[in-house]
Ligand binder design. Structure first.
Ligand code: 13P
Length: 258
């Protein structure tokens, strides 16, 4: 077993109004009142963040994440949210490069790279998402896609800065589909990504970087996946919208390390 601390994150996407976020957290936070053996992260929508922060930030056991961030510091960027705004509400993490941002909002590795660098410069931990489409996988392009996403999104990020980067491997075909990558598929991709980190950086970065799995992660498959050598947690969408089911996934992480 590795000594990487598991990290289990909820990506609420465009779900949970401020009122719904509050109700979720009132149920969820008392389940893990102390610091836990895993890092727990919740990423509400921007609008729900201040409400969520009021409960999350004093909780100690859970950290607050954004789902996106502008690479710009401030100015005429209608509809964007800056690092300073996120900092003020107590944000620790920022999800960047999610496949929905890539496919629906036209984000490429260059934009994602600018955001990763801005997040690091502002003291946030980016959760950098990568992953292939079904077409790419079936076309034998899995490794090529992961390599170009890792190298493009992390361009000019130093080995020292990698201490503060989390990677989420999210095969696009498994997101929101109910189809989870098999343990073999997930472990193989994670091991490949870890190999890329070794090639791009060094052994220490490869050994220390946490790589989450995302894509129909749920209570029923969490224990099996987190037991695998190179899987260090989850980035959870649908199953993180219900307190009880997200708590069960967190518990699978705790059980794995205890
Ligand atoms: P689902 O868990 O709903 O498949 O979503 C995964 C995801 O995209 C998390 O970022």
């Amino acid at each position: 077993m590795s000594n990487r601390k598991p990290i289990i994150a909820a990506n609420w996407k465009m779900n949970q109004t401020p009122t719904e976020a509050k109700a979720f957290l009132e149920d969820f936070l008392p389940r893990f009142p102390e610091e836990t053996a895993v890092d727990i992260v919740i990423a509400p929508s921007f609008l729900s963040m201040p409400m969520a922060a009021a409960q999350i930030v004093p909780s100690k056991s859970v950290a607050l994440s954004a789902q996106n961030m502008s690479p710009e510091a401030s100015g005429a960027f209608t509809g964007e949210v800056s690092a300073a705004m996120l900092k003020e509400v107590g944000t620790s993490y920022v999800i960047l490069g999610h496949s929905e941002r890539r496919s629906l909002f036209g984000e490429d590795d260059a934009i994602i790279n600018a955001k990763v660098k801005a997040a690091l410069a502002n003291g946030f931990t980016p959760i950098l998402c990568i992953g292939e489409t079904l077409e790419e996988r079936e076309g034998g392009k899995l490794e090529e896609v992961l390599k170009s996403q890792i190298q493009g999104s992390l361009a000019d990020v130093s080995a020292e800065q990698m201490v503060n980067v989390v990677i989420a491997y999210e095969p696009v075909w498994a997101i929101g589909t109910g189809v989870t990558a098999s343990p073999e598929q997930a472990q193989e991709a994670h091991a490949f990504v870890r190999g890329l980190l070794k090639e791009t950086y060094n052994d220490d970065v490869a050994a220390a970087t946490r790589i989450q799995y995302g894509g129909s992660a749920k209570p029923e498959n969490a224990a099996e996946l987190i037991a695998l050598e190179d899987i260090d947690g989850f980035l959870v969408g649908g199953a993180a919208l219900v307190s009880e089911s997200f708590a069960a996934i967190v518990q699978a992480g705790i059980d794995q390390v205890s």
